[in-house]
Design a protein around this ligand. Structure first.
Ligand SMILES: C[S@@+](CC[C@H](N)C(=O)[O-])C[C@H]1O[C@@H](n2cnc3c(N)ncnc32)[C@H](O)[C@@H]1O
Length: 248
């Protein structure tokens, strides 16, 4: 399902001959081009081969793909990923989770490892294609290209409310010298124009609370200011999870 993508410029999806059929799934949203190997690009583009969907960035010698191996490490007990699961309520088996700022989907995918059924929402079309290709084989999970606020304020039956809503908008740029991991660096580069028009975080949390019967979890940097109404926080080494109670 695709609604109102933010990134409306022409998006190139390069693919090998063997992946022609798989690439055609994205024909409505991308210009498809057959190639033998990852192209050198001047604008961010996509490349599909036997190993899945890749992101090609200008001036980067190799394409990038988010790593599933990192996910398994994060799902291990006692790791940073378990703090996210704890913030979401601990027992996630069968829970309906909305990952409303999904990016490459790593946090939501982590929650599927704990048994959650996750709907991923991403507003940038290029990022959404990478996300969709990554999660399409999961049972009980979907990836929607839309603005989170639209999904949260759409008319819905009470049965369609969420047990958990996870909000992880981009952090504001910081003066810190250390670079985030490559995936986050690319997400930042790709979303900079949209991030410049500051999101109404408080409004997003309120909309999420309205459609959630359990917890709304907002990922923040440790030193970010606190919004009001927070029920409690779970702190990790570099991020914290602010938990708000749903009102649905
Ligand atoms: C920090 S990244 C999310 C990373 C993600 N948690 C992961 O594990 O890969 C933020 C992403 O949310 C998207 N985003 C931010 N605000 C959004 C909104 N209001 N609606 C939909 N997507 C949003 C951005 O385009 C970006 O891809």
């Amino acid at each position: 399902m695709l609604y109102n993508p933010v990134n409306n410029s022409t998006l190139a999806l390069y693919h090998t001959a063997a992946q022609t059929q798989q690439a055609s799934v994205y024909a409505s949203w991308c210009e498809l081009k057959e190639v033998e190997q990852p192209p050198t690009v001047t604008t961010a583009s996509l490349f599909l081969d036997y190993a899945g969907m890749w992101l090609c960035m200008p001036n980067q010698p190799r394409p990038y793909q988010p790593s599933d191996a990192d996910l398994l490490r994060r799902a291990a007990v006692g790791s940073a990923g378990s703090e996210l699961a704890k913030a979401c309520g601990g027992n996630l088996q069968g829970q309906r989770v909305l990952d409303a700022c999904a990016g490459f989907g790593s946090d939501g995918l982590l929650l599927t490892q704990f048994g959650a059924r996750v709907t991923f929402v991403e507003r940038d079309r290029l990022i959404w294609v990478l996300l969709h290709a990554r999660v399409q084989h999961l049972e009980n999970s979907t990836a929607i290209c839309d603005e989170a606020f639209n999904v949260l304020t759409a008319a819905a039956h009470p049965a369609d409310n969420w047990d958990v809503v996870l909000l992880d908008p981009m952090f504001a740029p910081s003066a810190k010298k250390a670079l985030p991991d490559l995936g986050l660096q690319y997400l930042r580069e790709l979303t900079e124009p949209a991030a410049a028009s500051a999101d109404d975080l408080s409004g997003l949390v309120a909309a999420a609370q309205h459609r959630c019967r359990g917890r709304v979890v907002l990922k923040r940097r440790l030193k970010d200011p606190l919004l009001d109404r927070v029920a409690f926080q779970i702190k990790g080494k570099s991020v914290r999870f602010d938990v708000y109670l749903g009102t649905a």
